[in-house]
Design a protein around this ligand. Structure first.
Ligand SMILES: Cc1cc2nc3c(=O)[nH]c(=O)nc-3n(C[C@H](O)[C@H](O)[C@H](O)COP(=O)(O)OP(=O)(O)OC[C@H]3O[C@@H](n4cnc5c(N)ncnc54)[C@H](O)[C@@H]3O)c2cc1C
Ligand code: FES
Length: 262
């Protein structure tokens, strides 16, 4: 699998809420070979400060070589990223990891909570490209409040799948947790679930799928220093009793491959 280190030029910075941003980069080599669910490691500063690259899911790629990231400011690195302006450059390394394995023969139920929405636009796009018609597929998105979901909805709506939303405060869609919404929906027979979101949410989605014998793929996060199997900092317990390295074997797993805390 090809991987590149590119000096990418920022072409657009969109601020969706106080802390949520979308960054568009001109990054043709990585955009040209990335798969949904893969990630990149970004050097957010011009030099060696901060020292470590930061991992981000690929939000979307475009045929013109643009690559988008959707992120939230949580600390120093993401704060620096939020202050980038068009014309500035960033070092991007990727695409990395194992992405979603799409089954174009079964209906898809794509579930994203909070920042877990980040990789799903790319996934929805590829899912609908493979199927031609994705009207039987469901997209279930959850966030704390409307402002975290609404700016992204038009991009998802363009693909024609059925969208359900949940917000903690009821400002958009179902009032409450995404998992309650998912449990209330009739899932299409023979579907596959693709999920990304907070660990607790994915544990419940995995358990729900197991109880209904529905195949489920999840994208998990981990602390990552290198993103390429060198530091072993991203290990997490696997269902077989051993450990798995999220940067190499993930971030997307069959839910059954992982050990979930109950
Ligand atoms: C494979 C992968 C894909 C990711 N994709 C995205 C994405 O698309 N959008 C996005 O906004 N974020 C994503 N993240 C998380 C992102 O990497 C972190 O938010 C970022 O590295 C924080 O950098 P910082 O310097 O701003 O924060 P730091 O100063 O390093 O940390 C600030 C706070 O954030 C917490 N934090 C740091 N990293 C993570 C993490 N991985 N998960 C949860 N909390 C963390 C720290 O514990 C600390 O409390 C992803 C992480 C991984 C492993
Ligand atoms: S992040 Fe270094 S081994 Fe996975």
């Amino acid at each position: 699998m090809s991987q590149y280190q590119e000096k990418a030029t920022v072409t657009r910075v969109e601020q969706f809420s106080e802390k949520n941003y979308r960054l568009t980069l001109d990054c043709p080599r990585i955009a040209g070979c990335a798969q949904p669910g893969q990630f990149v490691m970004l050097r957010v500063g011009p030099g060696k400060d901060p020292l470590l690259r930061r991992p981000f899911s690929i939000h979307q790629t475009r045929a013109d070589g643009r690559l988008q990231l959707y992120f939230k400011v949580v600390g120093r690195g993401t704060d620096i990223l939020a202050q980038k302006r068009p014309g500035e450059t960033l070092s991007v390394f990727g695409p990395l990891g194992r992405g979603y394995r799409l089954d174009a023969t079964s209906p898809s139920v794509i579930v994203g909570g909070g920042l877990g929405i980040a990789p799903l636009l790319f996934l929805v796009k590829e899912n609908c490209r493979l199927k031609n018609d994705c009207s039987k597929d469901l997209l279930v998105l959850g966030a704390r409040e409307k402002i975290e979901l609404e700016p992204l909805l038009a991009d998802f709506q363009a693909f024609g799948l059925t969208i359900h939303t949940a917000t903690d405060d009821g400002s958009l869609g179902h009032r409450g947790f995404i998992i309650e919404l998912m449990q209330s929906l009739p899932l299409p027979a023979g579907c596959t679930v693709y999920c990304c979101g907070p660990e607790a949410m994915m544990a419940v989605v995995s358990s729900l799928c197991r109880s209904r014998a529905i195949p489920c793929q999840v994208s998990v996060e981990s602390v990552m220093a290198c993103g390429m199997g060198a530091c072993l900092g991203c290990s997490r317990p696997a269902a077989n009793g051993g450990y798995t390295h999220v940067c190499l074997n993930g971030p997307v797993y069959d839910a059954e491959e992982l050990l979930w805390e109950s």
